[in-house]
Write a protein that binds this ligand. Sequence first.
Ligand SMILES: *Cc1c(COP(=O)(O)O)cnc(C)c1O
Length: 326
Amino acid sequence: MTSTVVSFSTATTTIPAAVSESVGKALVNWQESGMSILEAPFSGDRVRGLMAQTEARLRSVMAVPPSYDILFCQGGASAHFALTAMNLLGEGKIGAYVDSGLWAQRAIAEAEKLGRIAVVASGAKDDYCRLPPIDRGLLPAEAAYCHITTNESAQGLQYHDLPSFGEVPLVADMTGDFLVRPLEVERFGLIYASAQKSLGGSGLTLVIVRPDILPRPLCSIPQVFDYRRLASCQSRVNTPPVFAIFLAGEMLRWMEAEGGLSVLAARRACHAARLYHAIDHAPLFQCPVVPQQRSTTTLCFRLKDSGLTARFLEEAASCGSQRGSD
Ligand SMILES: *Cc1c(COP(=O)(O)O)cnc(C)c1O
């Protein structure tokens, strides 16, 4: 008997069978080299080729203009909460932030340790059930950038219309909805995203940056954290996460074969609409998020009677549901 696992997890990608198959092969004998991908030296031609090809594929799938650098980093989005501030805040400048929920707050908390920041909008008064409207007049004159979280995974909120701040570059934590829809990359100064939510496994963080927004930094940045340095050596300051890059490349290949981001986005929107319809019409559940800003990647629902939540989780677990701890 076959069983089907349906993943509602926000933490990891669902890996298509075709990708699992090529990963299996590469673990044993990568590119007919007689070597596992885990054994390949990072300075060798094969790994160089892999990184160049993965970058080219990402450029093509996501339509990243040639003027943007693509960096293969580590540390997860959580490291880049700090690193974006470290790399983008020049002398006398302020980082502007939109507090849209849990992940934005974590970005704010880390950036605060590194420089001056200003929270220019907050969803607190709406209990984070909608994205806070942004008054461009509230952006400080010294703003080096304005940071948003394109998908607040814990709250189930997603920007379907991107804000814009004129001359002030838009910086986005896109971990929650990276590569799930076509986007105009030109609208961003910098995008960062951990790979594990939609592009394979953990250990790889993508940074896509327009290099002219990088100022002379306030302090001397350690080279593995320095976006300019990473760009100048094709992300090979030290050992890159080779396996995670390989997996990302295979996911990109699969996305291309499926017809690209517009096809995948339409499929995702259709699944999300069915699920929201079911939640909205179920007597037990409700979705707290306003309909226009509901996420197509992380769908949140609650029990109308919160007193039943513990029992719901218990019964779901007894039916085989695997629950994360956060
Ligand atoms: C999961 C998530 C993160 C955290 O990513 P790590 O790789 O664990 O640091 C950051 N931002 C958003 C929007 C997320 O969904």
